[in-house]
Ligand binder design. Structure first.
Ligand code: GDP
Length: 457
């Protein structure tokens, strides 16, 4: 890690109320003193930590802006280094000028993610927490945010460290027995090791399994709305999103292409694709839409199958059903405000899916849909408060590798191989888990992770 004192704008580019410029490194306060003046010639280097001061940013003898500044002395700062934040007016030019004054005073431009990278290298956070910082910033729904905050608070770090500790104790035991066979016996050790590793493997399985739920929470549930023309797909989408998005008409087949929209339903984020009505058609444009719908169904996490309860259950509905049989599906029995020619109970008996009475016209069914979604996709256990969700593919792959090594140990035990065989695989699992937290990881991987960060973070 380089030792320069770095500076960057931490707020988004463009004009706004205020901009925050961050400085971190051993010369942060000295450099800030050259740019920020306050009181009767007072200096931030003499000021207390974590106290805001009102003053001016200056470039040479020219005043650039009226600002506030705060010093956060090491180790009580984001990076664990001396940090200064200058809050200036949020104009793009004024911000740039203050930053240039800091560069002229000795700071160097920070790379994207460099502040967080320093927090990692200085031991304030581990890699799972660094990844969580990025997830918190990117969160677009309440659950994703809860889940990232949970990770940022070190829940995954603690869990990984517990698993590593258990493995380490075993490697230490084998090592001691090999080095000093007189005092440390390994009699019956295989059986004991199996008992220790079984719960570790189960925990890894649970963490791995949480990835799918974590992905749904983080990236949103890819949802397809499907139904014959005029069943009410566009109206439902408009109702769910609270906006007028798709064109609603009374002529069947007006939703020609697929439309995509993000909606948040009871804290869950759905990325919804509205499809063209599926039915046999000679119309070229519409058949392209149908192909796209089939593609969308294939890639979806969830299908919302809209039935028109007034029109009744028709052949085109059967055709759609054949397309979606294998998918997680919820049937929205729409237009229940009109005379009903399909009954919910009968439908539930006939179809392998849950059914919700719906009316896009009377805004009915949204709450029931939200509740059912949680039950279906998260087995009713959507508890971001105490559950750890793995959200990165990197973490998932490393868990898989650690698991493979532990399974090799189990196999060696079964084959009654010598204990040094256990040692090699135990150590490999220990190292792989260490890559999740960043305890054992190369610099290239670390750089790759931080390169995805935004500027000033
Ligand atoms: P799509 O072709 O499946 O997208 O269907 P639209 O959303 O365009 O709706 C077709 C027609 O059904 C429009 O005239 C809507 O106003 C009407 N419609 C949609 N949902 C309902 C509903 O719940 N009740 C009633 N009465 N009419 C509805």
């Amino acid at each position: 890690m380089n030792q320069d004192t770095i500076a960057a704008v931490a707020t988004p580019p463009g004009n706004g109320g205020i901009s925050v410029i961050r400085i971190s490194g051993s010369d942060a306060v000295k450099i800030a003193d050259r740019v920020f003046a306050y009181g009767q010639g007072q200096k931030l280097s003499e000021a207390g930590s974590h106290v805001f001061h009102y003053g001016h940013a200056v470039f040479g003898d020219k005043i650039i802006d009226e600002c506030m500044a705060v010093v956060m002395r090491a180790p009580r700062s984001y990076t664990r280094e001396d940090c200064v934040e200058i809050h200036c007016h949020g104009g793009a030019l004024v911000t740039k000028t203050v930053l240039e004054a800091l560069f002229a005073a000795g700071a160097v431009p920070a790379e994207p993610g460099e502040f967080t990278k320093r927090a990692f290298f200085n031991g304030r956070i581990d890699l799972t927490e660094a990844e969580a910082v990025m997830d918190v910033i990117a969160s677009e729904n309440r659950y994703a945010l809860d889940c990232s905050m949970h990770q940022l608070n070190g829940q995954l770090r603690k869990e990984i460290s517990r698993l590593r500790q258990r493995i380490l104790e075993e490697t230490a035991r084998i090592e001691a027995a090999i080095d000093d066979p007189e005092h440390y016996a390994l009699e019956d050790y295989g059986r004991q090791l199996e008992q220790t590793l079984q719960p570790v493997l189960e925990r890894i399985d649970t963490l791995q399994a949480s990835f799918d739920d974590g992905r749904l929470l983080k990236e949103g549930i890819r949802t397809v709305i499907i139904g014959k023309p005029n069943a009410g797909k566009s109206s439902i989408l408009n109702y769910l999103s609270g906006r007028d998005r798709a064109i609603v008409t009374e002529i069947p087949g007006t939703t020609r292409d697929t439309l995509e929209e993000t909606i948040v339903l009871d804290g869950l984020q759905l990325i919804v694709t509205d499809t063209a009505g599926i039915h046999d058609t000679k119309d070229k444009v519409e058949s392209i839409g149908i192909d796209k719908a089939k593609e969308a169904v294939a890639g979806a996490d969830l299908v919302l199958f809209v039935l028109d309860s007034f029109a009744g259950y028709e052949d085109s509905d059967k055709e759609i059903l054949s397309m979606i049989r294998e998918k997680k599906t919820i049937v929205l029995l729409n237009k229940t405000d009109l005379e009903q020619n399909i009954q919910k109970e009968a439908l539930e008996k006939a179809l392998p899916f849950p059914v919700i009475d719906f009316s896009a016209a009377e805004f009915k069914g949204k709450e029931a849909l939200g509740a059912l979604l949680k039950e279906m996709l998260f087995s009713g256990k959507l508890e971001t408060d105490h559950q750890i969700y793995i959200t990165s593919l990197r973490q998932k792959n490393l868990l898989a590798q650690a698991k493979e090594s532990l399974e090799n140990v189990m196999e060696s035990i079964r084959l009654k191989l010598p204990e040094d065989f256990y040692f090699i695989d135990l150590y490999a699992a220990y190292t792989k888990l260490g890559e999740i937290s960043g305890d054992t990881v190369d610099e290239d991987i670390i750089n790759e992770i931080f390169s995805k960060f935004c500027m000033g973070k």
